[in-house]
Design a protein around this ligand. Structure first.
Ligand code: SAH
Length: 373
């Protein structure tokens, strides 16, 4: 594709004069040449600067349990993986991590865990949210990433004080979704898509996302994912490259098709960054996380994500002892780090790319306020 075309496409996306077409989205996601990619990332960065500034919002991530009722083919903590040590943090442990996050002035936290929907789990989360709100005098913003639930449960958690919810659709194409999940009621595509609607109806700022670059996923599938985000008017995106976990069916099926490990990592990282950039160009004022999976592929992966248009970082504040048990994929970074040392390193690296961390604010999605005005 001639350079002029790429320039025009990026100019059009930045000007906001017209939205990108399906073919253009596909063209951008297929870019491979290093110069073209830098142009893409720069254009996305300028859109981020315009809508958000050179600013990073933080959410302390508390991964409080790896007990999961689901059996997703890609995920290291899937129910059938009997090699995982299952854990559940106590209320006191969660509260102490939340207090640390509050004292660090992070502004927000995310509660994430494996997926459960039994009554004691629902009560436990409600209590945790209530207590975190209390200890922070209402100042800590709370995002939940706790999977599919009923409307009633979402309402209870919203009422307790959580105001953002992240539920990845994983793949927005039904028949692709079905190839990466067991074929049963617990893993129904319709139910997951419907859960996203319920989350929106309950008044949460709503985030979704997909796995990027798993076997047999095509660029057309990713284009459909980007269009899906727009269609459902999403406020935030948390997505990341797929990374194999060898105790899962997907990784076992994949071994043969991999080139060298370094090539694979580079490919996955690039695809992850392209998706961030394209989403920023297409969706403008939403929050986009630069996720840990990027960091698993390159030490500076999260910073590259910010430079490609991401604006949210979720530093892990979970106690160091249980981190190895929350291994969704291999090479998950930070397993032996503690929150304090990671905080300093993160601050320095963000400063080094010329961005500022916004301490003490919720860092909400501007898009949410636009759409609910
Ligand atoms: N159960 C919760 C969240 C826990 S898992 C929920 O449903 O929202 C959080 C995310 O990790 C998943 O949504 C999935 O997209 C991602 N993940 C799981 N396995 C992965 C892998 N092998 N590589 C990259 N990301 C993975």
């Amino acid at each position: 594709m001639p350079q002029l075309t790429l320039n025009n496409m990026l100019k059009k996306a930045c000007d906001n004069s017209e939205t990108l077409t399906r073919n253009e989205l596909k063209f951008l996601l297929e870019l491979e040449n290093e110069n073209d990619l830098q142009q893409l990332y720069c254009a996305a960065y300028s859109v981020k600067e315009k809508y958000i500034g050179k600013r990073v919002f933080l959410r302390g991530l508390i991964e409080f349990s790896n007990i999961c009722t689901k059996d997703c083919y890609y995920c290291g903590i899937r129910k059938s993986n009997s090699k995982v040590d299952r854990f559940q943090l106590s209320m006191d442990e969660i509260i102490s991590e939340a207090r640390w996050t509050y004292e660090q002035n992070y502004g927000s936290l995310v509660l994430q865990s494996g997926e459960r929907s039994d009554a004691s789990f629902i009560d436990f989360v409600e209590e945790a949210v209530t207590k975190i709100k209390e200890l922070s005098k209402g100042e800590l913003g709370i995002t939940l990433a706790l999977g599919e639930q009923t409307k009633e449960t979402y309402q209870r958690w919203r009422k307790a004080g959580a105001h953002r919810y992240l539920l990845r659709i994983e793949s927005s194409t039904k028949n692709v979704y079905e190839t990466i999940h067991p074929n049963d009621e617990l893993h129904s595509f319709e139910q997951r898509a419907n859960a996203l609607k319920l989350i929106q109806e309950c008044g949460f700022q709503t985030g979704t996302g997909v796995l990027i670059g798993f076997p047999n996923q095509t660029i057309d599938n990713l284009v459909d994912d980007v269009l899906f985000f727009k269609n459902i008017d999403i406020d935030m995106i948390g997505m990341g490259p797929y990374i194999a976990h060898h105790q899962t069916p997907m990784a076992l099926a994949m071994d043969e098709m991999m080139g060298t490990f370094d090539e694979y990592k580079e490919h996955q990282l690039k695809l992850g960054l392209k998706m961030i950039a394209v989403c920023r160009l297409f969706l403008k004022d939403i929050n986009i996380a630069s996720t840990t999976a990027l960091q698993a592929l390159a030490p500076n992966g999260r910073e590259l994500g910010l430079l490609a248009g991401g604006n949210v970082i979720m530093p892990n504040v979970t106690a160091t002892e249980v981190r190895p048990s929350y291994t969704l994929y291999e090479n998950k970074p930070g397993l032996d780090e503690n929150c304090q040392s990671s905080r300093q390193a993160l601050e320095n690296s963000i400063h080094n790319i010329g961005e500022e961390i916004c301490y003490g604010i919720w860092g909400d999605s501007a898009h949410f306020f636009e759409r609910t005005k």
